[in-house]
Write a protein that binds this ligand. Structure first.
Ligand SMILES: Nc1ncnc2c1ncn2[C@@H]1O[C@H](COP(=O)(O)OP(=O)(O)O)[C@@H](O)[C@H]1O
Ligand SMILES: [Mg+2]
Length: 239
């Protein structure tokens, strides 16, 4: 009887371990794209999704802030000052975090649990780089708030599309010229802010070398995409 019970127990434990193993194996990967405006995040996200689908991996695109109905409302408040009162620095940070938590719980976590890969155009590191390093909010506090917000849904891989501030400005200026607008709003002060953001991003990458990969975003889109695919192939081989 005891022996029978022990056999049954061993079988049960093995079965549960197997199911847990399958669930872990089936979980989708969570990849975030970071870097300044004009570094090619949105372009690369689409190219990556096409390549993943080519090898039979289902991947979805989402972006921050926004990505959910409530998140889009928050995006409106942040970008168009819909309330008629600009948020204070810490209020702004918390609005970003509210939008992020909604996206994590409504979109990212369920997708990953279904086995779908999630490619997110900006995530928590944008907030650390812009509100922390750029605006000067205490970086350690900002990072602690992220952990509360993401509630264990952390990126498996973060691609930092690194670009000199000069090149980024030139790309955006080009876009402005194409739209017939003036590009002279990029004055010195703005530049110092963007330099702090870039250095902030690079510091974050240095602090977490396991999660971050720095990609040279100054190259043409095909070359950047190939570099990213190399990184993802390595990730797949490690499985
Ligand atoms: N590697 C690249 N080299 C030159 N221009 C690029 C490159 N990647 C994207 N672009 C162009 O730069 C602009 C910004 O690209 P986008 O993907 O929207 O960047 P982001 O989402 O990081 O702001 C677009 O006009 C896009 O066509
Ligand atoms: Mg974009």
């Amino acid at each position: 009887m005891n022996r029978q019970f022990s056999c049954l127990f061993t079988f049960f434990v093995s079965f549960v371990s197997f199911v847990v193993y399958l669930l872990v194996l089936m979980k989708g990967k969570f990849i975030t794209l970071e870097g300044p405006e004009g570094s090619g995040k949105s372009t690369q996200a689409q190219m990556m999704i096409r390549r993943l689908s080519g090898v039979g991996i289902e991947a979805m695109y989402t972006r921050e802030p926004g990505g959910t109905a409530l998140g889009e409302e928050i995006r409106n408040i942040l970008q168009h000052n819909q309330a008629g009162e600009a948020p204070c620095e810490r209020a702004e940070l918390l609005l970003f975090e509210a939008s992020r938590n909604q996206l994590v719980e409504k979109v990212i976590r369920p997708a990953l649990e279904k086995g779908t890969w999630v490619i997110c155009d900006r995530f928590m590191d944008s907030t650390t780089a812009y509100q922390g390093y750029g605006r000067g909010l205490p970086v350690d506090d900002v990072k602690a708030i992220h952990q509360f917000t993401i509630n264990k849904v952390a990126p498996d891989l973060t691609l930092l599309l690194d670009l000199s501030v000069e090149t980024g400005f030139n790309r955006i200026a080009q876009r402005f010229l194409e739209l017939g607008e003036s590009a002279d709003r990029f004055e010195q002060e703005e530049r110092a802010f963007h330099e702090r953001v870039r250095r902030g991003y690079l510091t974050l990458a240095e602090e977490e070398p396991e999660r971050f990969r720095i990609v040279d975003a100054s190259q043409d889109p095909e070359t950047v995409s190939a570099a990213i695919w190399n990184i993802i192939s390595t990730l797949l081989e490690k499985e």
